[in-house]
Design a protein around this ligand. Structure first.
Ligand code: HEM
Length: 117
């Protein structure tokens, strides 16, 4: 089980890093470049979300408390960011800027969660 958690956490973090990193970079980009990366971003988002949900099922397993609430807040911000990127395809650079703020919140929530008491 530990091996599975380590694999899922690695996949989760790698996909998340690509999703968030490309989103931050594309805030200073152009329509064409942003549109070209859309599918790769959404694929990374899907992998991060699926691995995150699997981790939730294995590691959290119904536990409640400040750590879980912080992770949940980060997850909700990530899902809203994915929705914004998917819905605002006619204004992709603006979508990246909104998503960048939301996903920055996600990263902060994910990394501080173990220390929130
Ligand atoms: C729906 C979206 C998401 C869900 C459900 C989710 C869920 C989780 C869960 C349950 C953990 C805890 C794993 C553990 O304690 O072993 C975690 C950790 C983590 N998540 Fe997410 N996550 C999501 C999105 C993201 C995104 C977009 C990123 C972007 C980089 C991210 C980065 C991380 C990192 C770096 C950790 C490790 C934190 C640590 O242990 O120090 N997550 N996530």
């Amino acid at each position: 089980m530990h091996i599975l958690v380590m694999i899922l956490l690695s996949v989760h973090a790698l996909a998340g890093v690509f999703w968030v990193g490309s989103t931050l970079a594309l805030t200073h980009s152009y329509f064409e470049v942003t549109a070209k990366l859309f599918r790769a971003q959404m694929a990374a988002a899907a992998i991060a979300v699926v691995a995150g949900l699997a981790l939730w099922g294995i590691v959290i397993r119904g536990a409640q408390g400040p750590m879980t609430q912080t992770l949940a807040l980060g997850a909700v911000l990530a899902l809203i960011a994915a929705g914004v990127q998917g819905a605002m395809r006619r204004a992709p650079v603006r979508a990246q800027r909104i998503a960048a703020v939301l996903l920055s919140g996600t990263v902060v929530c994910m990394v501080i969660a173990p220390y929130v008491t």
